[in-house]
Design a protein around this ligand. Structure first.
Ligand code: NG1
Length: 383
């Protein structure tokens, strides 16, 4: 990866002022899908691919940033209330960070910044959240402000809404607080991250279905519809939260067949799978962990209906190639699957996916679409 400091000097010239680099990794969710926004624990890992941003503080309120050629230079004034610019423009991520910081602490001095990344976009690795996390940390540093993990988690998920979906806080928490070699059990009520060591010989691959789920448009409506159905089911059954509901899963019998019942069943069963998956990881029980991933996929496919024929085929191919488990990861409706196997089987699983899933797809690029995802540290623990 090129050094973002070089990009910074190339774009904005040398300056005697201090320059520093902030990094934020992408993440892949191992299990706990479509439940973070209901306040239930999830189990992602941060990965070793990340976004790096070189920053230099300015004395005025201008924010200027460059990224790879196709994204180009963006600049705007950091005013107390920012509005989004054209949908799909990468400037919105910068604005989201500035707006998140400004909302809590007021707009500060601006910065010149250069962004480099080895995280492929739209690959299910939460690159957009990583960019917002890195840019937020950079703006805070430019203003000599230290924010706690809790404070960052108050502002970041809201900031994301600025660019599209108001998701749960999983992506930001994983990108910030993960530990090297560990999965992060993220709890939201109250906020806590527990590092669960991943057994040494466990391996994860992120495999792209080659069908992209754009966060704007239909996928966003579908995402919001799942969230609304889950919330409606909870209300109808008279529970105050899903934490209360998972203690009484039989309550579902009172719901008529339909999306609300299906959502309730998915959310409550997925929460129990997360618990069981943590136990399996702690006991180095790869067989059980793999089965839980497959059960999660089946529930996302049949109850929440956020899979696709391509994702189903990808999961089946992974298992036929020797994986112990696989499931769609992220919001679904396209995007990626996370594939789980033991180290000695990794090469065969890769080969199987390439031969039986990716063959005949001229756009397949192993560096973007079939990624080794081993657990790495989050932004708060990166040297
Ligand atoms: P993806 O699709 O990977 O960005 C989204 C949400 C998560 C979570 C998952 C579904 C955002 C930024 N992320 O993830 O919080 O709700 O869907 O489990 O909206």
């Amino acid at each position: 990866m090129t050094d973002p400091r070089e990009q910074l000097v190339q774009a904005f010239g040398p300056e005697p002022t201090e320059t520093w680099v902030v990094s934020a990794p992408g993440r892949v969710n191992l299990i706990g899908e479509h439940i973070d926004y209901h306040g239930l624990p999830v189990l992602p890992i941060a990965i070793h691919r990340r976004i790096r941003v070189a920053f230099r503080a300015r004395t005025d309120r201008r924010i200027r940033a460059v990224s790879a050629k196709e994204y180009g230079l963006r600049e705007f004034e950091w005013t107390p209330r920012l509005a989004p610019t054209a949908a799909g423009d990468w400037e919105n991520y910068l604005r989201a960070a500035a707006e998140a910081v400004g909302r809590k602490w007021g707009a500060g001095v601006g910065a010149d910044a250069a962004v480099v990344s080895d995280l492929p976009p739209a690959a299910g690795l939460a690159s957009s959240s990583a960019l917002i996390v890195a840019f937020t940390l950079g703006l805070l540093q430019a203003n000599r402000r230290r924010a706690s993990f809790g404070e960052l988690m108050e502002i970041l998920p809201e900031g994301e809404q600025f660019v599209g979906t108001r998701g749960g806080g999983m992506d930001h928490a994983a990108s910030l607080a993960s530990r090297e070699g560990c999965a992060s059990l993220i709890e939201f009520e109250p906020l806590a991250v527990r590092a669960i060591p991943v057994p040494e010989d466990w391996r994860f691959l992120v495999a792209h279905s080659l069908q992209t789920a754009e966060k704007s448009g239909t996928a966003r409506d579908e995402y919001n519809a799942r969230r609304a159905a889950g919330t409606a089911a909870l209300k109808r059954l008279g529970f105050v939260s899903y934490r209360a509901a998972i203690e009484e899963p039989d309550a579902v019998e009172k719901l008529p067949p339909g999306p609300e019942r299906d959502s309730f069943l998915h959310v409550t069963s997925e929460a129990l799978r997360v618990r069981a998956a943590v136990k399996a990881m702690e006991q180095d029980d790869a067989g059980s962990f793999g089965r839980l991933l497959l059960e999660s996929h089946a529930s996302l496919r049949d109850r929440l209906r956020v899979s696709s024929p391509a994702l189903d085929h990808l999961v089946e191919t992974a298992v036929e190639s020797g994986a112990l488990g696989a499931r769609l990861t992220g919001a679904g409706l396209g995007g990626c699957a996370v594939v789980f196997c033991k180290q000695p089987d990794l090469a065969a699983v890769r080969r199987g996916l390439i031969a039986h899933y990716y063959a005949g797809h001229p756009n397949f690029d192993p560096h973007q679409h079939l990624i080794d995802a081993q657990p790495g540290p989050g932004a708060l623990h990166l040297a």
